[in-house]
Design a protein around this ligand. Structure first.
Ligand SMILES: [Zn+2]
Length: 246
């Protein structure tokens, strides 16, 4: 139902209402491609950022049933858009194609979607790539988005707070349990990071939320190292993240 409503809204509202024509064009995004992106706007689940199918008004729960039954290790999550056929190409081009011109645009998208999380955050930490991956991919897409986001929000940017401690397999094609085992001990807080996150509220940045296992592993490491709280903000989330988890 929401999708139909959003499709209509796209016809009615100018597709460049949020982003300037220059910014979307500079990122290689045509107005048509832009209009197909499904931005996730309130009301969304406070725990996982999923769009609520129905707006329950004043009596609405703030969390979806899955987040109430089995909360994530991070406190809250927001995603700028849905990870679907229309956003996947853009994000994969950004991730694997060195399309760094998307970074400021994605940072602004997250800035809107996660505005209330940003307001309460003290520092921004990107999910790190393993050094081997960094070599082959040449840049960390989460860091590329986190840096301009932190600058816009005037928050501390801590790119070296987290490191990967083991070379995890690709998360693709794994169940949530498999992904959890795969990443459980994959992240650690550095000595320098420990001093800078202690007692502070951290906004963790990643590109895509699928099962949430990576975000949970990072959140666990940050909390154990003394962070006061951890929220997660991503460019895109799959529609049924919690259904992948069972
Ligand atoms: Zn939820």
């Amino acid at each position: 139902m929401r999708d139909v409503g959003r499709g209509l809204a796209d016809l009615v509202l100018p597709p460049l209402a949020h982003d300037s024509r220059e910014a979307t064009a500079a990122a290689g995004l045509t107005p048509d491609a832009w209009s197909r992106i499904k931005f996730l706007e309130a009301p969304v689940c406070d725990g996982c950022g999923a769009a609520f199918e129905f707006d329950g008004g004043a009596f609405a729960e703030t969390r979806c049933a899955a987040c109430i039954a089995q909360p994530y290790r991070f406190q809250r999550a927001r995603a700028a858009c849905l990870y679907d056929d229309h956003s996947r190409g853009l994000i994969l081009r950004f991730k694997h194609g060195d399309q760094q011109q998307f970074a400021p645009l994605f940072a602004r998208w997250i800035g809107r979607a996660a505005a209330d999380l940003i307001e309460e955050a003290d520092a921004v930490v990107p999910v790190p790539l393993h050094p081997f991956r960094l070599l082959s991919r040449r840049f960390n897409q989460a860091a590329e988005v986190a840096r301009p986001l932190a600058r816009q929000a005037r928050l501390d940017y801590l790119p070296d707070a987290l490191v990967r401690t083991s070379h995890t397999d690709s998360q693709g094609g794994k169940s949530r349990r498999g992904r959890r085992l795969n990443v459980k001990t994959a992240f650690a807080v550095t000595e320098a990071g420990r001093r800078r996150i202690k007692g502070r509220r951290i906004l963790l940045i990643d590109d895509v939320l699928t099962t949430g296992a990576t975000g949970e592993a990072c959140a666990r490491a940050l909390i154990e190292a003394g962070a006061r709280g951890v929220d997660l903000a991503v460019i895109a989330r799959v529609r049924n993240a919690r259904e992948l988890t069972m």
